[in-house]
Design a protein around this ligand. Structure first.
Ligand SMILES: C[S@@+](CC[C@H](N)C(=O)[O-])C[C@H]1O[C@@H](n2cnc3c(N)ncnc32)[C@H](O)[C@@H]1O
Length: 204
């Protein structure tokens, strides 16, 4: 594990016990609610929530799609512990510890990958796109939700919070996707500066 990844793990481990009770989580849950309006899943979809935190998005998906199978992956053992202790659908939802840059999944297994307010923490964004492309089945969707301010540059690096943050414009997102084999379909603002970008994996 690189130092930058380790710093993030420590930061989120400390946040995990209070995560669901603090203001940012209230905002994130409003974002999850808005995201539901834009998603397209097959019956009995198998999905991944990358950087799942305490598992709130997967629970919302499980309620709305009663035959969905969901996997949550997160770098922070404490986040995964919170997610497992609150798992209301243990037959359908599984939470695993792991790094978005090296996912512990086979190729072509997911109908959709979700990623909400986590991408800004990744030191190697292209590697994460490559991994998303690898685990998605052809024709599958990648829902990337993260902040982008219209006045910022195509790519903005901010030296705030441990390990810093990285924000990507629609153009920067499109380039990362194209390099990995994912085509940008559409962008929607969900709440304030929080931008949803939907990609699809090329059909072979
Ligand atoms: C702000 S929280 C968002 C959690 C959740 N997606 C939500 O919408 O509430 C960011 C999450 O990304 C996770 N994360 C950061 N870097 C990661 C990485 N390299 N691999 C996997 N998860 C990571 C953190 O541990 C944390 O749980």
């Amino acid at each position: 594990m690189t130092n930058k990844i380790f710093v993030k793990q420590i930061f989120f481990d400390r946040w995990a016990p209070s995560y669901d009770w603090l203001f940012p989580s209230v905002v994130y849950q409003a974002i999850h609610q808005r995201l539901l309006e834009y998603i397209d899943l097959p019956a009995s979809a198998n999905v991944l929530d990358l950087g799942c935190g305490t598992g709130k998005l997967l629970h919302r998906l499980a309620v709305n799609f009663p035959t969905l199978q969901g996997n949550g992956l997160d770098l922070s053992p404490e986040m995964i512990s919170q997610a497992n202790s609150r798992n209301c659908y243990p037959q359908r939802l599984t939470f695993l510890l792991g790094n978005a840059e090296e996912m512990p999944f086979e190729n072509n297994v997911f109908d959709a990958v979700f990623n909400t307010i986590s991408f800004l923490h990744y030191p190697d964004p292209q590697q994460v796109f490559n991994e998303v492309n690898r685990v998605l089945r052809p024709g599958g969707y990648f829902y990337l939700v993260d902040s982008y301010f219209k006045w910022q540059d195509e790519f903005q690096s901010l030296s705030i919070l441990p390990g810093g943050l990285k924000l990507y414009s629609p153009t920067a997102r499109e380039k990362l996707g194209k390099e990995a084999g994912l085509n940008l379909q559409v962008n929607y603002y969900l709440l304030g500066a929080v931008l949803l970008t939907i990609f699809t994996k090329e059909l072979v």
